[in-house]
Ligand binder design. Structure first.
Ligand SMILES: Cc1ncc(COP(=O)(O)O)c(C=O)c1O
Length: 463
């Protein structure tokens, strides 16, 4: 039976939660601590839950070895523990306002390698929908447990992170083809993902650099899964046209770099495709990162505090503050940010901003596997060696400048070849070669926000 919608925020309110009525904001923040599944938590979908400002970690220079400031914007304060809940929410909210979806109508499908699936299950539970998450069957156990905890069902496809293309095929054959039963939150192809990150994450990236160095963003670094997060780079470029936007891939699955299609360990990224929503012409550099180093780097941040203090000379508080904050894709982003600072020769006034999509809480099993491969927990000498090779030793190899002749065009052709297979027209994909296309898609927020407000009615009576 169809039910009324459960209210949630507009894009503008996610970008600036102080626009919400104070009572809603207060109750939402208190719900986050006391009742994770209260629907008021929808109003906590923003980068600023911990106060008026974003959570950022300015990495100690003893760890990065570069002059520039490497700033990590943390997505762990979002409800469900990862910022991927943001695009899951906007895709569902747009289906309500644009396509007339209502709770009780149809099931929600979230194709994912984990965090978007967790976000889909979570947002669906809060908004009163049944969710099915389509994902590979060898991701970290913590991910499946969270999806089940939020009442989501799992439809598992064979393989690992780099077999996400199979989840895409399953999604299209089983679910997109039956729109009377299912609504697919297709993160790789739908624009709410782009809009969320350009508008909401983009602003948070800008805020993360405020009061550090010259306060500007010289480079924005993100390893794409769906490439949604990379859209924050479009906001950065609108502020600072000379800023450099950097995409990272696992060396073991270097699809954008040179068509590589291997297996890798960095959950959430390296999905063997140019996604439809990737504005490839706005990505300037592409870099490869070794997957094993991301796991070693995670271990250094998590259990290498003694080595960081005694051997690398970090201040005790700075070393301790790294604990609990990073999973492998976050470390991948940090390594990429260090490489970027070196490659561009950035000085002490300049800022490289990158993202921690989630945090360590969903990766203890990845540490356990590392201990198995390594023959036990690493000792302090090993952690020192890893810190020095992974972070301080980040090299200038395996970097390609996409502004070189034909490079963007090659990515554009890869996009065309993949997505025409899934029914998208060549004309649409061709239009994506122009910034006008992306600016128009972004501009739709001006119509979507009033529609969200109209559909939910007054917020005064909800808190
Ligand atoms: C842990 C993690 N890191 C990075 C990403 C990549 O983010 P995006 O899909 O916005 O490119 C994801 C996406 O699911 C993720 O789960």
């Amino acid at each position: 039976m169809t039910r009324p919608i459960v209210p949630g925020p507009t894009y503008e309110e996610m970008r600036d939660p102080t626009r919400l009525p104070a009572s809603v904001r207060e109750e939402a923040v208190s719900a986050l601590a006391t009742d994770e599944l209260a629907s008021l938590n929808l109003f906590n979908i923003n980068w600023k839950n911990t106060g008026e400002d974003v959570e950022r970690i300015i990495l100690p220079k003893e760890l990065t070895g570069v002059q520039a400031n490497v700033i990590v914007l943390s997505g762990r304060t979002f409800p469900s523990g990862s910022m991927k809940v943001g695009p899951a929410y906007t895709t569902l909210a747009e289906a309500e306002v644009v396509n007339g979806l209502r709770p009780g109508d149809r099931s929600i499908i979230g194709p994912s390698t984990g965090n978007f699936g967790i976000g889909t299950a979570y947002v669906s539970a809060l908004k009163g929908y049944q969710a099915v998450v389509v994902m590979p069957d060898t991701m970290s156990q913590e991910r499946y447990e969270r999806i089940r905890k939020y009442g989501g069902e799992l439809d598992l496809t064979p393989g690992t992170e780099s077999d996400v293309i199979l989840t895409l095929e399953r999604t299209h054959s089983e679910y997109v083809s039956r729109p009377e039963k299912y609504v697919v939150l297709a993160q790789f192809e739908l624009m709410p993902n782009y809009r969320f990150h350009r508008h909401v994450t983009g602003d948070a990236v800008e805020r993360a650099a405020a009061n550090v160095g010259n306060g500007r963003v010289a480079a924005f670094v993100s390893a794409p899964g769906s490439a949604g997060t990379l859209a924050a780079g479009d906001h950065v470029k609108s502020l600072y046209p000379d800023a450099c936007v950097v995409a990272l891939e696992p060396r073991q699955c270097s699809t954008l770099y040179d068509g590589g299609q291997g297996q890798h360990r960095i959950e959430g990224i390296g999905d063997k495709m140019v996604t439809l929503i990737h504005n490839v012409y706005n990505t300037d550099l592409l870099m490869l990162i070794n997957d094993e180093e991301t796991v070693q780097g995670m271990e250094v941040a998590q259990s290498g505090t003694e080595a960081l203090i005694d051997r690398l000379g970090l201040e005790s508080q700075a070393a301790k503050s790294l604990q609990g904050k990073f999973g492998p894709s976050c470390i991948c982003n940090i390594i990429g940010a260090i490489k970027t600072a070196k490659y561009l020769g950035l000085g002490p006034q300049e800022n490289v901003v990158t993202i921690a999509t989630d945090s360590y809480d969903r990766y203890p099993s990845v540490s356990a596997e590392l201990y198995e491969r390594h023959g036990g927990r690493p000792d302090v000498d090993t952690l020192e060696a890893w810190a020095k090779s992974v972070f301080l030793g980040a090299s200038l190899g395996e970097i390609v400048d996409l502004n070189g002749p034909g490079k963007h065009g090659r990515l554009q052709r890869m996009k065309h070849d993949l997505w025409t297979r899934f029914g998208y027209g060549s004309d649409l994909i061709e239009r994506m070669a122009s910034q006008v296309f992306w600016d128009e898609e972004y501009g739709k927020i001006e119509e979507i926000d009033p529609a969200i407000e109209e559909l939910r009615g007054s917020l005064k009576q909800i808190a």
